[in-house]
Each structure stands twice: as C-alpha cells, then as structure tokens.
Design a binder for this molecule. Sequence first.
Ligand code: ADP
Length: 318
Amino acid sequence: NTKGLILCFGEMLIDFVPTVSGVSLAEAPAFLKAPGGAPANVAIAVSRLGGKVAFIGKLGDDEFGHMLAGILKKNGVSDDGLTFDQSARTALAFVTLRADGEREFMFYRNPSADMLLTPNELNLNLIRSAKVFHYGSISLIVEPSRSAHLKAMEEAKKAGALLSYDPNLRLPLWPSEKEAREKIFSIWDKADVIKISDNELEFLTKTNTIDDATALSLWHPNLKLLLVTLGDHGCRYYTKKFKGSVDAFKVNAVDTTGAGDSFVGALLGKIVDDLSVIEDEPRLKEALKFANACGAITTTKKGAIPALPTEAEALELI
Ligand code: ADP
C-alpha cells in the first residue's frame, strides 16, 4: 500500500448494547458486544476504503483487549503503535437508548488501560511517518494519557503531518461541562482540520443556533477546514476562501452509531495524498459527497464497525 499513512490516536473500547431496544440499562435482559471507540472506528473506516492506517492507543492485557487488537489486525489496521497495560483493564461502556429517547451510559474507566498510555510509550518513529494525524478528546481528560496525547500531536505536527480533530463529545465521561469545553479548546488551535457535529456546535458555542456565524465563531487563524455534520442534512464546510454545504444521501437509517467516524475516515482518505483538495472547492465537494455517502451507509446497519463501507459500496450509492 503506497498511500500516505493516516494515524489515529485515542481509545478503543467495547460498547455493551442491550439485546432489545428501548430499555434502561437496569431492564436489559442481556447485552451484545459492539467494539468501538471513535479513533478506532475512524482507523477501520480508512482501512476498509483501501487506505493505509495505524492506531495508537493502549488496551488491557485481558480478553477484551486482545479481542480488540484482533479486530484492528483483521481489518488491516497496523498495530505498530498499540501497547498493552499489565495492570489496568480494557475500557468498557454500557449504552442504551431508552424508550423516553434519552441515552443512558455506564462506563468502566477507573482507570482503564487507555487512560494510562504514557508519553514514553509512544512509537515516535510511527508518529513521525504519518501524513495525517487524527485524534479525539477522551484521552485529554486525565493524566498520563493527556500528556501522551499532547506529545503525540506535537511530534506529528513537527514532522509535517496534517492534524485532524474530532472532539467526539461524550458528555457523561467528563467531570463537568465547563471542563469539557476548556480541555477541548485547549487543543483547538493546533488542528488543521476540525469536524464537529451540529450538537457539538451548540455545546461549544453555548447556543442553539446552527448557522454560519455560530460555526465561524469557532474559527482559528491556523485552521484549514472546519466541517459541521448535520445528520440527514449532510454537512457544511468552511475554509479561508469559501464555504458551502453538501447534501446527505437518502437512506433507511437504523443506527447512526459511527456515521461521523465513517465520514471522517472517508474524508481523510481522500485528502491524505493531496492536501490541495482542501483548497479546491469542486474537489473538496466531491470528497465530502463521498464522505456523506460513507456516513449514510454506516447508518443503514446496526453497530459502527460492521457498518463501515468499502469503496465499491460507497460508489454504488453515489
Ligand atoms: P456524528 O455521528 O458525529 O453525530 P452525523 O450524525 O452528523 O455525525 O453523521 C455524519 C454524516 O453521516 C452526516 O454528515 C451525513 O452525511 C451522514 N448521515 C448521518 N445520519 C444520516 C442519515 N440519517 N441519513 C443520511 N446520512 C446520514
């Protein structure tokens, strides 16, 4: 694979999802294992579309950790940046969409292995060889993974990588809303590309308006591309020179988990070997159309990883 390397940094975990829909966690009769974690989903999205990708993170040296490592490998994601913690366990989440429409979460993270990745454990050669470095925010919450996160970003940037950031706000994980905003903004101006969802736009700007002025209030001088995904309304894009939207594809959505990660992976695959796509509006729109198609397909099947498309599937929808 002669493509440029995309590196995804962050957590991989297992979501336990009730076998029946519309129940609270306490009412669930049993759970299904759904491997995920946003940066890991993005890595597999890139690989399934034919890109070259590695994942950097830490798993527990336990049954779940080895299962997740096996999923990365089976999906063609390099494990050169993967480490195992000998004492802490792999992160687990229990997630349900209750009948009242509210999501309920419970996490095993006290602390989980991903939070214990240290700066010394980073594979610096791998980081320095990346053309694109993509990251999420959960590792930012606590030490030592916060320091590892900051060092990895810095090394990638020094070596000339494009930095791509998706805050992936899972609010129940954060000690407070204030801390979530502060830590997200603490690395905001390091990113070259930022992708947020409409909900994250509202949260970060403390508004309930989704418009250009609100989106552009988040602009920073070094940013090259800001993307706001709008579910079945597609996405908006903003660069220094132009802005606009790309419509979504009409599909029969059954589970939107992983749609944003699929979108990001698809876009990064389209720009890694030619960053000038970002500055050329017709080509950027083509790339975003492809990303929208990948996001749409991901909503048509349950779970995130099993629902990530191949290039042929995306082209067929287009
Ligand atoms: P996130 O998963 O980060 O919340 P979105 O739900 O906005 O992000 O989804 C990302 C992209 O996936 C959207 O921009 C859109 O292209 C596609 N998508 C998501 N939901 C749907 C849907 N119901 N129908 C068609 N496309 C969708």
